[in-house]
Unconditional design. Structure first.
Lengths: 196, 196
């Protein structure tokens, strides 16, 4: 049993290293990426979409050349357990999702996926066993055409120095950078210093 | 010369594998993550913020346990070249950014970072050489306190089956999933089929 080019146990070991925990969603995600890769439309270069920010982006980053930082992976955070791989210039792609209708014979996966039982009442060992045996039989897939506006790479445009903080920022954002207008997740608590 | 626990050339090889290209921003990002790790406040577990979606998230994912999919890495896409590592429960952290004032002695880095010259007029070899020699001398850093609302893990809440597409979705989104209300980056072009 393989997930992309990796043996199943090798994939699990990489999940542990990259993701920190053996998350059930990331193991299923491995089968989903594998299923998508086996059903790609013609093309040489493929970008990816994840419809959730949880787990699935890591399966894509581990098994394909697409990452968040190279922008070949985009996240549309709908809370849906689905991925799309698509030809990056034309947008023809394959979308793969977990199909609830296919979970009837896998009670532990259904419990976990539909959150039917609280986490402490779920049987992790049984869940992982069902995931391994089910493989990609629990996914549905269909062809998609990614909309034109999502195929274009958004350019950041010219940079300038923010007159408030002195750091570089995209001039399209206005007279100062967004954090200096209050859109900021932290408060500064110490004075500036430099690196080595 | 090391970047976190990796030799410089080993880091470059991993950049090539994970990111697909030897992006200058990701090499500088390695020095930034390394500088942050050497200046952490007390604590055992650290989450990360990137203030751009380009390059820097990959440096964090390659060098720390934080990834997009495990949600220990958050992206606030301000287009600013800055990262923060912070103690995940209390929020005390260190923010590291490229300081334009420190780029005066590195003309190629300044050209690239401030986009002063078109890409085809930049000297890549000279740029990579300057990046290696500059190391973390081009970064500034300061202590920060991440705001309380960003320390809490957002729960997705109960799931249901969308009556339109039949897939699972977070019930907090209403009577149907968001894609079925038109918030969708693709159009379906083929009928459903299952995995192996």
């Amino acid at each position: 049993m393989k997930i992309a080019s990796l043996d199943y146990d090798e994939y699990l070991a990489r999940v542990q290293t990259f993701h920190g925990t053996l998350a059930p969603g990331l193991i299923i995600g491995g089968f989903m990426v594998d299923a998508a890769m086996k059903n790609l439309p013609p093309g040489d270069f493929f970008d990816a979409i994840s419809e959730t920010a949880i787990c699935l982006p890591d399966a894509i980053q581990m098994l394909t050349p697409c990452s968040i930082g190279n922008r070949w992976l985009k996240i549309f955070d709908y809370g849906k357990f689905a991925i799309t791989l698509y030809e990056k210039y034309g947008g023809q792609g394959i979308r793969v999702y977990v199909d609830p209708a296919r979970l009837e014979q896998w009670p532990e996966i259904k419990n976990w996926f539909m959150k039917l039982a609280p986490k402490n009442e779920q049987d992790t060992e049984k869940l992982l066993d069902e995931i391994k045996r089910a493989g990609s039989s629990i996914v549905g897939m269909h062809s998609v055409q990614v909309k034109h506006e999502h195929l274009k790479k958004k350019k950041m445009g010219p940079s300038g120095i923010c007159p408030v903080c002195g750091e570089a920022y995209p001039l399209r954002d206005g007279d100062t950078c967004r954090p200096c207008r209050g859109d900021i997740p932290y408060e500064s608590t110490g004075s500036n210093s430099g690196g080595a």
